[in-house]
Design a binder for this molecule. Structure first.
Ligand SMILES: [Zn+2]
Ligand SMILES: [Zn+2]
Ligand SMILES: [Zn+2]
Length: 140
């Protein structure tokens, strides 16, 4: 499946209208793959992209389960494309993220699952982040 096809599929799944900004931003995430990117990185790349529009686009994508947040060691939020199990109702991204101190990239570790904590019965878990850091394969 080519990128254009994947973009229109994802927009359809999220029941989102296809706009040039949405397509542009989604392309960035598809190309980044398991590497998380920040809104700042997208902003830098497309200088005429309005910041508010970009912010809203990211929020919308997050809400419908297209992208998820990946916080790095400094607490800065980045986003990465979700696996196919995410939906408007629930994200299923219970994996750890790895922050490389050399290239400063944050990557999804889909196979490293975050353990489910035993919370008090009346607590509702909405988000959990596990950030590992070190040196990635490409930098070693
Ligand atoms: Zn997700
Ligand atoms: Zn690295
Ligand atoms: Zn991730």
């Amino acid at each position: 499946m080519d990128v254009e096809q994947r973009i229109s599929n994802l927009l359809k799944l999220g029941k989102l209208r296809s706009t040039s900004v949405r397509k542009l931003v989604l392309k960035e995430f598809l190309e980044a793959g398991t590497t998380a990117i920040s809104s700042y990185e997208i902003e830098k790349k497309f200088e005429d992209l309005d910041r508010i529009t970009l912010y809203r686009t990211l929020k919308t994508f997050e809400e419908v389960g297209i992208i998820h947040q990946a916080v790095d060691v400094s607490g800065r939020s980045k986003y990465a494309i979700c696996s196919e199990d995410c939906s408007t109702h629930q994200h299923e991204d219970h994996h750890a993220h790895f922050y490389c101190k050399k290239c400063e990239k944050t990557v999804c570790l889909d196979n490293v699952k975050i353990p489910r904590p035993n919370l008090p019965a009346d607590f509702q878990l909405e988000d959990s982040q596990l950030v590992l850091s070190g040196v990635c394969g490409a930098c070693r």
